[in-house]
Ligand binder design. Structure first.
Ligand code: BES
Ligand code: ZN
Ligand code: ZN
Length: 508
């Protein structure tokens, strides 16, 4: 794991492989001004020559040629202070970390200042959280730059160990920085684990291998892990998960993890994540173009497991359970077919009209299992619908709920964690879309509002419990990068939201 500490030395005294200082569009930070002075006005000259503007995520690397102990300085643009939220701060430092890692930097000192903390405070509205949220965004962002995603190349490039130590300066004297840094490193480690799992090819991460990876991750953490294999799922009558799994030669599993950090009779938060290790669409098969991306269809499940690991390290005084139903969705001679009726673990029956709407089906059993484990509140997370990608692109996760107070809590956790969620509607007029002639519900609605009908389906299984559904089909992976400045590849979202949510529960 990366080492993170407070940097107490001035930017012109510190000897790191690289130093990061920030600039807004309306001016240099105090640390950038110190660098400017040490380099005889170089930054000012570059700004006057329009080579340095402070626009968001601009990265300007300057060699100090012995005039400062550190070899390189990166001036990182943070854009407009009014637009700076944890998401943008985190993404800017993520870009910075990735660039510095590629240049071979092992030790990085990053300087932020009161103006950045104030900007975050302005957006998040919580004064006590502004400092830790800022420190998390900076240190976690930099550490995410260590993720490389080339583990399957037979010829390893010698990239060295990546960024090994991060020091955050410019905030000296403020209490809480060290504790925030300790947390940031764990959040980054969890996020990078989730990213690696989402990127893993499906032949290297089958449901069985995912369960093994989870058991390995949780070994020695004190967290209880239960893996329900196919026989156990048959005993529990998990007909929804087993129905989807029918077409695959890989057996399904349900991974269940439990963290009892709160009062035994207190609230119990359940995180339920879609674990489709590959989604071909089944008999309602997907077109071949782009099908390879469906290796990330377990990204929700990965985020749940990553969050549970971070929770085991950070130990919030809250009760949290993680549930991941996992299977492939394959066509074959024994695959489930359109028109089939499945009886879910809850007893509710599902008419399958499209085998590609499989995520909601397996989540039905995941949600029921979470209830049996004593959930009082449920958040499910899934790469559920292509329609949410059309609606929100790669920038926002779609959030659906049956309980506005609970959704507000999740939204607050996401703001703190540097994930973005946008509320989506669930008015009763959308409900009729799932009425089936032959079963309790059909698994698809019409062509319109596809993300909402998927949410309506899930809500029926949550029943009376406060429930939030996060559709991460667009945010799990950014492959466009043309809508706005978002780092490409797997994001790990919403693992940090979940960890913050657990801490919110600890306050109850
Ligand atoms: N895993 C997909 C959703 C998806 C699409 C995720 C694109 C990420 C990017 C899901 O299982 C699916 O296939 N959904 C269908 C539902 C439809 C058949 C009602 C979809 O969105 O097309
Ligand atoms: Zn599908
Ligand atoms: Zn899917």
């Amino acid at each position: 794991m990366v080492q993170a500490s407070t940097q107490t030395r001035a930017v012109t005294d510190v000897d790191s492989d690289a130093v990061v200082v920030t600039a807004f569009e309306d001016g240099f930070s105090p640390a950038a001004q110190e660098v400017d002075r040490a380099l005889d006005g170089l930054l000012t000259e570059m700004r006057d020559g329009k080579e340095l503007s402070g626009k968001f995520a601009e990265r300007t690397v300057i060699h100090t040629l012995g005039r400062m102990p550190s070899k390189r300085v990166m001036v990182l643009g943070l854009g407009k202070p009014k637009q700076l939220d944890t998401y943008r701060l985190h993404n800017a430092f993520w870009f910075a970390g990735a660039a510095l890692r590629k240049q071979g930097a092992h030790s990085v000192s990053a300087y932020v200042d009161g103006a950045v903390v104030d900007a975050i405070h302005g957006r998040n509205g919580e004064s006590a959280a502004a400092l830790p949220d800022t420190v998390h965004a900076v240190a976690t962002g930099l550490a995410l730059g260590n993720y490389q995603g080339d583990s399957n190349k037979s010829e390893k490039k010698d990239n060295g160990p990546g960024i090994e130590s991060i020091a955050v300066g410019g905030l000296d004297g403020r209490p809480g920085v060290d504790e925030a840094l300790r947390q940031a490193v764990i959040l980054a480690e969890a996020t990078n684990t989730v990213r690696a799992w989402a990127a893993a090819p499906s032949n290297q991460l089958t449901p069985t291998l995912l369960a093994e990876a989870a058991q390995k991750l949780f070994a020695g953490t004190g967290l209880e892990v239960e893996v329900l294999d196919k026989a156990a799922l048959q005993r529990e009558k998990a007909g929804a998960l087993l129905g989807v799994a029918q077409g695959s030669d890989e057996p399904p599993v349900m991974i269940a993890v439990r963290w009892d950090g709160g009062a035994p009779d207190g609230p119990r938060l359940a995180l339920v994540g879609k674990g489709i290790t590959f989604d071909t669409g089944g008999i309602s098969i997907k077109p071949s173009a782009g099908m390879e991306t469906m290796k990330f269809d377990m990204g929700g499940g990965a985020a749940v497991l990553g969050a549970m690991w971070a929770i085991s390290q950070l130990k919030p005084k809250a009760n949290v359970i993680g549930v991941v139903p996992a299977t492939e969705n394959m066509p074959s001679g024994h695959a489930y077919k359109p028109g089939d009726v499945l009886t879910s673990m809850s007893g509710k029956t599902i008419e399958v009209l499209n085998t590609d709407a499989e995520g909601r089906i397996i989540l039905a059993d995941g949600i029921e299992w979470a209830k049996r484990m004593g959930a009082t509140h449920i958040v499910d997370v899934a790469t559920l619908t292509g329609a949410i990608v059309v609606a929100l692109g790669h920038v926002n996760t779609g959030m659906f709920t049956n309980d506005e107070d609970f959704a507000a809590m999740v939204a607050r956790a996401s703001r703190r964690g540097g994930d973005r969620v946008a509320p989506m509607p669930m008015h009763p007029e959308y409900d009729v879309a799932l009425t089936s002639e032959v079963a309790d519900m059909k698994n698809i609605g019409g062509r319109e509002a596809g993300s909402v009908s998927a949410a309506v389906f899930l809500r029926e299984f949550a029943g009376e419990l406060p429930w939030v559904h996060l559709d991460i089909a667009g945010t799990v992976w950014n492959d466009q990068g043309d809508l706005t400045v978002v780092p490409k590849g797997p994001s790990g979202t919403p693992v940090r939201t979940f960890v913050h949510l657990a801490f919110e529960f600890a306050k109850q």
